[in-house]
Write a protein that binds this ligand. Sequence first.
Ligand code: SF4
Ligand code: SF4
Length: 70
Amino acid sequence: MAENWYPIIDFDKCTGCLECVEFCPHDVLREEDGMPVVVNPDNCVEFCRGCQRGACEFDAIIFSADMEVL
Ligand code: SF4
Ligand code: SF4
């Protein structure tokens, strides 16, 4: 799947609601100690943004590709 496309959690904004873990059907994210962890970045689907736009209400997910243009 995506070589340089995976979510990064901003833990300053993340509330630990775990909606993103529930949302992603590709096992990219899992819960560890009550917080989301990116365990399988290679499983992330390029340009998906489903967890960012469809799950996270706290603007706490960015993508590796976004970092490069900041
Ligand atoms: S962008 Fe899509 S595939 Fe990647 S972690 Fe989010 S929901 Fe899963
Ligand atoms: S949906 Fe957003 S706020 Fe909730 S656990 Fe995931 S990253 Fe954190």
